[in-house]
Design a protein around this ligand. Structure first.
Ligand SMILES: NC(=O)c1ccc[n+]([C@@H]2O[C@H](COP(=O)([O-])OP(=O)(O)OC[C@H]3O[C@@H](n4cnc5c(N)ncnc54)[C@H](O)[C@@H]3O)[C@@H](O)[C@H]2O)c1
Length: 315
């Protein structure tokens, strides 16, 4: 999307942190913004901060509950008439070890962090498509969706899954004039990780060293309004990957080298090579950074089907 002015965004987890940062950056572009959140406290604070701005609409929802999310979308459509940009951003922190016997953290991480992204997309993407005016979907993953965090297997699992879901979605929606981006924040100054100075109930002295180091990282973390501006730039350029935290680059490179080094050296059969070359050609243009989706009016009702016309003809 080249122009955001006058377009409508629906942002989940929009009343705090990164969601609110995106909301403010969209407002600065002249957009209308629906901030959907389940926290009365966060909604009240954000309402006070944005008081008097009639381009903002607050709506309460739980992204893990499809009926609740559908109701929030319906209220937004009743208020603004359309939705062009969807930000599936609501998320919760939490543990969830890979090998421990606990299931509560797993269910929470999957139903909110991953389920919220899937629910939001399945409810709103058909609306954006039917409008025929193009649009963009931004899904919030995490650096924990690229390099997993120790002791946070449930969170990392959901965030990795968001990345896979988003890559597939990107290929499917490019033919309909709808771009997709995936946001991978590292430490960002939000309510997700409360600091002892902000929450007197935290026992800072007896906290494990890992948590103390995390608090230090959060004290120098990225401003969510900068993240919001990075999201605006990515939507305009139709870039899929949005990274905000440079400090991860060496670890990511090392991981990519490890993946490449793990491939066997024996050659594939010609049939395998032909099939994968054909498949890779079909999707290459869709995956290229900055690739423009087809203008909405040229799109077809076809889902991306590897045997059909390549949408790569878009500008
Ligand atoms: N802050 C970071 O360092 C960081 C790093 C990586 C990824 N993230 C991701 O960024 C996203 C936003 O988090 P944040 O850091 O801005 O935290 P935040 O707590 O400031 O904001 C998240 C918002 O989501 C809302 N929310 C949570 N569960 C919800 C639900 N089920 N339905 C509706 N609203 C819900 C919360 O009320 C809150 O207002 C999350 O997906 C998080 O995992 C954050």
């Amino acid at each position: 999307m080249d122009t955001l002015e006058g377009r409508v965004a629906f942002i989940t987890g929009g009343a705090s942190g990164i969601g609110l940062g995106m909301g403010k950056a969209f407002l600065a572009e002249g957009m209308k913004v629906a901030l959907a959140d389940w926290s009365d406290d966060h909604i009240a604070k954000a309402k006070a901060e944005l008081a008097g701005n009639n381009a903002v609409f607050f709506v309460k929802t739980n992204v893990a509950d499809r009926a609740s999310l559908q109701a929030a979308v319906d209220q937004t459509l009743a208020h603004f008439g359309k939705i062009h940009v969807l930000c599936n951003n609501a998320g919760v922190n939490g543990g969830g070890t890979a090998a421990g016997p606990d299931f509560d953290d797993w269910d929470k991480a999957i139903s909110i962090n991953l389920g919220g992204v899937v629910n939001g997309t399945k409810i709103v993407a058909p609306i954006i498509r039917a409008q025929g005016e193009g649009g963009h979907i931004v899904n919030t993953s995490s650096m924990a969706g690229v390099v997993p965090l120790p002791g946070l297997a449930a969170y990392s699992t959901a965030k990795y899954a968001i990345r896979g879901f988003s890559e597939s979605l990107r290929m499917q929606l490019a033919a309909h004039g709808i771009g997709v981006s995936c946001l991978f924040p590292g430490a960002t100054r939000t309510a997700l990780v409360p600091l002892p100075e902000d929450d007197p109930s935290i026992d800072a002295e007896n906290a494990p060293q890992f948590l103390k180091d995390l608090w230090d990282a959060m004290r120098g973390a990225i401003d969510p309004e900068d993240t919001g501006r990075a999201v605006v730039a990515a939507i305009k350029a139709n870039n899929f990957y949005i990274f905000t935290n440079r400090e991860f680059i060496d670890e990511v490179r090392q991981r990519h080298r490890e993946i490449e080094d793990a491939f066997p050296s024996d050659e594939a059969t010609p049939g395998r090579v032909n099939f994968e070359t054909m498949r890779a050609e079909q999707v290459r243009n869709l995956m290229a950074p900055g690739n423009r989706p087809l203008p909405a009016k040229e799109s077809t009702d076809m889902e991306l089907d590897l045997g059909s016309r390549s949408p790569a003809g878009g500008q």
